[in-house]
Design a protein around this ligand. Sequence first.
Ligand code: SF4
Length: 310
Amino acid sequence: MSKEISSPYAQFRDFKALYVTDISSLSWCEQQFHYSLHAGGRTETTEMKAGSDIHLKLELEVHDLVKVSIETSEDLWGLKLFNLLFGLEALRTTGETRELPVFGFVSDIFVFGIIDQIKKFPNQGIRKNNDWEWRICDTKTRSKCFRPKKSTVPSSVKYQIMLYKKLFDNLVESSIEEERIFEVLDLDADKSFSKKFSKYIKIYFSNFKKLNTLRKLMAFIKNYFGFFWKSNNVLEVNYKYQGDGSDLGSLYFEYEEDMLDKHLKRSIIYWKGDREPEGVPIEEAWKCQICEYVENCEWRLKKVREIEQR
Ligand code: SF4
């Protein structure tokens, strides 16, 4: 099997899209991520379920959720784009949105993600033309009822939110490469959405009922981004207590483009199968104590052997 065909990208993502977390999670432990891919993903723990419930509750505070029927791949991506449009409209009119889809290319791979929250706040006098700044925020839930120290925000969380910002800012700058997207995702941009899906669009997106193909919808979204500008360089992690969903406060950190780009480069090389995954360095061996693969981890066994032979 050629390296390209056997790459994680081909094997587990079918040469289509990577999620933002497929890239950010690698910074915790690549070997662990690799094992979980082969195991079919992580099993949902009680903590993960509690986290999802809190995210859903927060989303319902800013908009309703409706079930929509889809029939084709074009419907599926149409729905994602309508969610984006709906979210942008909420952001423009109310100053806040949640679960906003974003996408773009990293190297030549299409990447898709959903931003937990974007909210506006008064600008600090840096911009002349806009009264507001956009802040990107991700919510994390904790089993402990206090906020962690700033130094303990994991790099995986930082990469996740920084990549959201990069994708959002690129969309704002009208750099949507729609033809490339349609090609990679194997979508017919001029095929009308199915009757079933169109029926929902007319009910829930009555303003947008003429947008009956991906090409028209994408062109409209490109224009709509003209109402926005790049997000603020300060990014936010907001913490909620898993016990009762109460707010534990936020931590803030600066966007670092160089740091993100280095991580993106390394991650894409892994996904394309051009290098093996790496486990944690010795200074981060504590991560192995809470890792489900610790018993049989080849990386760890190799490191233990190296230490014994010294
Ligand atoms: Fe990574 Fe350690 Fe787990 Fe191995 S045991 S996958 S090195 S965290």
